[in-house]
Design a protein around this ligand. Structure first.
Ligand SMILES: N[C@@H](CCC(=O)N[C@@H](CS)C(=O)NCC(=O)O)C(=O)O
Length: 245
């Protein structure tokens, strides 16, 4: 089947989609997406004049699939192997995916604020030709960060609000796991979506990201409080290889 996946290699949303596709033995042509720079072409490709554009985006013979959750459902439908989202548990897993979205959105906001104060993180995120502009690279990058933050409503003043929202979600996950290996008893997309949500607290060591991006994505405050959850995530990764090889 002819499938093309537009993705950001270190982004948890893209990694969720890549895991679901690989789990079902679906091979894709992978195309790296550069935020802001690749947006006009994607808008054109999706025939979407207005509204937010984000990746992952999967182009399929049946049309474009533009959300990691929808991609996971698509992979369950057309791929081989056991479903990650069994019909009987779909509603429950959708709730976990919504929790993962809340965590990821809040965590991204906190990491973007950290990145804003880190010129190396700004430089690293730029495409090579701009990164090499020496003195101009960081000011250009700052404009990009400002546009990105505006797109996602990210404001420095909300840092603590996001931390409290994340604590609620993380406490809920800890209670649901109650020492078990998997959120719903057996391995499912609930584990995938929650394990990847922890990427905005402490990215898995093998995540393909540059050092300053990793620094910005590491939340020292939350990482210390939720070490147990991070060990759970590491065990899920060890058993199911969450990251692409
Ligand atoms: N609900 C969407 C969210 C995807 C999302 O937020 N993607 C971000 C990851 S940082 C993105 O595409 N950013 C690049 C951009 O906005 O240009 C999903 O699950 O796929």
């Amino acid at each position: 089947m002819d499938l093309t996946l537009f993705h950001i290699p270190f982004s948890p949303w893209s990694l969720k989609a890549r895991f679901a596709l690989a789990h079902h033995g679906l091979r894709t042509n992978e195309r790296e997406y550069k935020p802001l720079f690749d947006e006009p072409a994607m808008r054109f490709r999706l025939r979407k004049a207005r509204g937010r554009i984000s990746v992952p985006v999967l182009l399929t013979p049946d049309g474009a699939v533009t959300d990691s959750w929808e991609i996971a459902l698509y992979a369950d439908r057309v791929g081989s192997g056991p479903p990650l989202i069994p019909a009987a548990e779909r509603a429950q897993i959708a709730n976990w995916n919504a929790a993962s979205e809340r965590l990821l959105n809040a965590g991204r906001a906190r990491s973007m604020v950290r990145a804003t104060g880190d010129p190396e993180a700004i430089r690293e995120a730029l495409p090579a030709p701009i990164r090499n502009l020496d003195a101009l690279a960081v000011p250009v990058g700052r404009v990009g960060v400002r546009l990105f933050n505006r797109k996602y409503g990210i404001r420095e003043g909300d840092l603590e609000l996001h931390a409290s929202a994340m604590r609620l979600e993380l406490d809920h996950l800890q209670q649901a796991l109650a020492g078990r290996s998997y959120v719903l008893g057996d391995f499912s997309y609930a584990d995938v979506t929650m394990a990847f949500a922890l990427q905005v607290i402490d990215p898995l060591p093998a995540t393909p990201m540059a050092p300053a991006a990793r620094r910005a994505s590491t939340d020292d405050e939350l990482r210390r409080s939720y070490a147990e959850l991070l060990s759970w995530r590491d065990r899920v990764h060890a058993r199911h290889r969450l990251l692409p090889s």
